[in-house]
Design a binder for this molecule. Structure first.
Ligand code: GLU
Length: 493
């Protein structure tokens, strides 16, 4: 690659299910590198394994990228100079490459049936040998005999039987060598004319002029095969960088046990895309080993392959939740009110909750400063628990929350009645005025302020973990606050 050549990187998912966070981390690193260098980010769908294809997976891939704002420059739905970007629509290219490899002696047709391969595998297992193709059809005489018998065939690569070690010059892990003797004659083209991952991946990276292959470490063992293919096909070799594994906090492979693994589940759980991008960027990359909060623009500005680490990254959901809180607190009041409106409307509709008035951004504006510090996610239930009582005619509570109050029912009732009297005469219903009225009341009643305020809080909101009390009452207004206090008196019997 010359200095002036444009960087072209790709994200090449297989549509086998909803993309998981590890997969999207690969997309993000490629996107960041493309944006950092002013290059191109290409999306290619590797759907040549028809058996593993899952319904809806393509749409989940596109949605995941769009949710995070990782727009691709070439690929499905946007097109580009090397279209199509879906491998099942590019079969002739792979078939042609396979034919050429056979013609040049780099590959051969193999007629071994699945039953024969299975029998071979069993024998190898018994002999405690690693499973591999025994290269029967590599022998021309045997192959010709089998060809006469007819039947389905595949095309296999003729891996050199000896030779120097194959060295992958990896941008992240430097030189990694592989002994060619450990590589078998892998399949390039399957019997139905579909390529394997290895063939299609190399052919496409060549024809799409990919300059850097940044992909997960799990693909590193495939890379020596790819290098042999590049050589045999006479293609220029791109640069490779294998991204570190992502582990759970217990250092085992990230799985459902550690929380959701599909990216879109995090959207459903109320995580913000900005927080997700920041969090994923730090899974295997860092600016300086200490800076945690970086905006998308900062990430683009600073991203470099040099600072990708070799060591496995740990996926810590608590860190993600913390980071999400950081981003919620960074939101402007209008944006937050809009997000709250969406979450609350969703929740109210789903649960069939009766509302005092329609949920609007305007109605939520005074509430946002009260909850902004307290929200961890935008998950509808969490948002509802914090804001719902502002929106319903009366909070939907019975006697249960009052059991948290240390006061006996009789004392509760008396305290609430006195509170009503104190508030009825209050002209100014601001937070300061409310505090000015209620602190002396506690003293008059001989109650700890903490106990009185907790009681009022439960009466007004239905819970003891609501936003700041006086501000909450001020937002609710005099009429609704008194209505709730009177309701609580009736409950106290
Ligand atoms: N289709 C492979 C995957 O699903 C792509 C691996 C690569 O980037 O070469 O991850």
């Amino acid at each position: 690659m010359t200095q002036t050549q444009e960087v072209r990187v790709r994200y090449a998912p297989s549509p086998t299910g909803d993309p998981h966070v590890g997969n999207i981390r690969t997309a993000l690193f490629n996107w960041l590198y493309a944006r950092h260098t002013g290059g191109k980010f290409i999306l290619r769908i590797e759907d040549t394994d028809q058996l593993r294809e899952a319904q809806g997976a393509l749409s989940a891939i596109l949605q995941s990228l769009r949710w995070l704002g990782l727009q691709w420059d070439e690929g499905p739905e946007v097109g580009g100079p090397y279209a199509p970007y879906i491998q099942s629509e590019r079969l002739p290219l792979y078939q042609e490459a396979a034919r050429r490899l056979v013609a040049q002696g780099h590959a051969y047709t193999c007629y071994c049936t699945p039953e024969e391969l299975e029998a071979m595998r069993k024998m190898q297992q018994q002999r405690r040998e690693p499973p591999r193709y025994e290269r029967r059809c590599r022998d021309a005489a045997y192959r010709e005999k089998k060809a006469k018998e007819g039947g389905p065939s595949v095309i296999r690569f003729r891996t050199p039987l000896e030779g120097d070690a194959i060295v992958v010059h990896d941008l992240v892990r430097n030189g990694v060598s592989f002994d060619p003797a450990t590589l078998d004659d892998f399949v390039l083209l399957k019997s139905a004319g579909f390529p394997t991952y290895h063939l299609a991946n190399v052919v496409d990276d060549h024809f799409m002029h990919i300059t850097h292959v940044l992909r997960a470490e799990e693909w590193l063992p495939s890379t020596p095969r790819h290098l042999m293919l590049y050589r045999a096909l006479g293609y220029n070799v791109p640069k490779f960088g294998h991204l570190p594994m992502i582990l759970g906090p217990d250092r085992s492979k990230l799985s459902k046990r550690h929380g959701a693994t599909a990216l879109l589940d995090y959207r459903a759980q109320g995580f913000l895309p900005e927080a997700m991008v920041n969090f994923l960027a730090l899974l295997g990359w860092s600016l300086d080993d200490k800076t945690e909060v970086l905006s998308q623009e900062e990430l683009v500005r600073h991203f470099s392959i040099e600072r990708i680490s070799k060591a496995a990254a740990i996926f810590n959901i608590e860190k993600l939740t913390w980071m999400n809180g950081v981003y919620i607190r960074k939101m402007g009041p209008e944006a937050l009110a809009a997000q709250l409106a969406t979450a609350l409307t969703h929740h109210a509709q789903e649960k069939g909750i009766t509302l005092a008035a329609p949920i609007t951004q305007d109605a939520l504006r005074p509430i946002t400063p009260l909850v902004q510090e307290r929200l961890h996610t935008m998950q509808p239930q969490e948002v509802w628990d914090l804001c719902g009582f502002f929106l319903t005619p009366l909070p939907a509570y019975g006697d249960a929350p009052f059991r948290k109050s240390p006061l006996a029912p009789q004392a509760r009732r008396a305290a609430l009645e006195e509170t009503v009297v104190a508030l009825e005469s209050l002209e100014d219903f601001s937070a300061t005025a409310l505090e000015g009225a209620l602190r002396p009341l506690a003293e008059r009643l001989g109650l700890k302020t903490r106990d009185l305020f907790m009681l009022i809080r439960i009466a007004v909101t239905g819970t003891d973990v609501a936003p700041p009390l006086f501000e909450t009452m001020a937002v609710l207004g005099k009429e609704r606050t008194l209505e709730r206090l009177r309701y609580a008196i009736r409950l106290a019997g």
